[in-house]
Design a protein around this ligand. Sequence first.
Ligand SMILES: *Cc1c(COP(=O)(O)O)cnc(C)c1O
Length: 378
Amino acid sequence: MSAKPSSATGSAAGVAAQAPEYVRRMAPYVPGKPIDELAREYGLAEESIIKLASNENPRGPSPKVRAAIAAAVADITRYPDGNGFALKSALAQRLGVAREQIVLGNGSNDVLELAAQAFLRPGDDAVYSRHAFAVYPLAVHARGATGIEVPARAYGHDLEAMREAITPRTRVVFLANPNNPTGTWLPAAAVKRFLAAVPREVLVVLDEAYDEYLDVTQRSTSASWLGEHANLIVSRTFSKAYGLAGLRIGYGLMDAAVAALLNGVRQPFNVNSVAQAAALAALADVDYVAESAALNRAGLRELGTALDAMGIDYVPSHGNFLLLRVGDAAAVYARLLRQGVIVRPVSNYGLPEHLRVTVGLAEENRRFLSALRSALGR
Ligand SMILES: *Cc1c(COP(=O)(O)O)cnc(C)c1O
């Protein structure tokens, strides 16, 4: 045994070089800064920090959901139901689809990934908008496919340009409605026109992570379009209005044949049992979601009024966050951090002059505004 052991890093680099080039080019998603990290770095008390960086519901899950979680934790010995029977049944009834048309995901992020995994191969194209959700390019590039980023119009999706951008190699189009991080929204008629114009063999992934925050009259009816559009996937999440971001659960609605494909490539137990129980309880607690949406609307109004008074531009938002134009966003972000306020820089979305702030509880919004005034010297 005379062969010299290669150094750990040396051998790792050797094997790492064997990964496909498109995988080696990937850079991980950059999440909002965690509270404990800011506390460590700046010597701040965790309780003094507010995080308005990841579009969570500031109220968290409802008391009924917390009780369902506690009950479900008692039975984590068993594997979860890999077919999510109870939750899919409740969703099917609520949304007027068949259980076979639902795919559950470890967050709706998982559903987006599964769509990319099932439909994209190296050399294919996928279309999405500039300033759209950062997960789309990640999901596309991880399959060796090419992303076609279509210029935005007034910070939102330019659907005509997106239709024009579809090539014979395009397999998937991603639409976020409302969009994150811009908060822009497309009315149903516009999305339906787009669906009618897209070739039927191109998959359209319609990401409705913020649908629950829309006014009742604007809520999406996309579940009822599936019969006409077998190439449509609608994704929704329990991470935002339902307050369950940490548990990771979302779902996709689609034609049963497409669902079978996604179910074929997903992990058998991709959604854990506690998340399934929590989502089932959350879905039933209709009043809590309505209250959360109302609180969000009040927060958006309050933030808007204060920003108007400060002379700061923002994009009118249909989500639970606001995109503001602050100039040197990196500097303002750092000055907010020093005051214990975490928001989201969005230069990675091609928006170096903007920050995204999540609508918080009333006192959090006020604290943010006062920190922003001080950061901008106004
Ligand atoms: C937050 C968000 C998601 C959902 O993420 P989960 O994986 O469900 O937590 C999906 N799309 C957009 C546009 C989002 O902002």
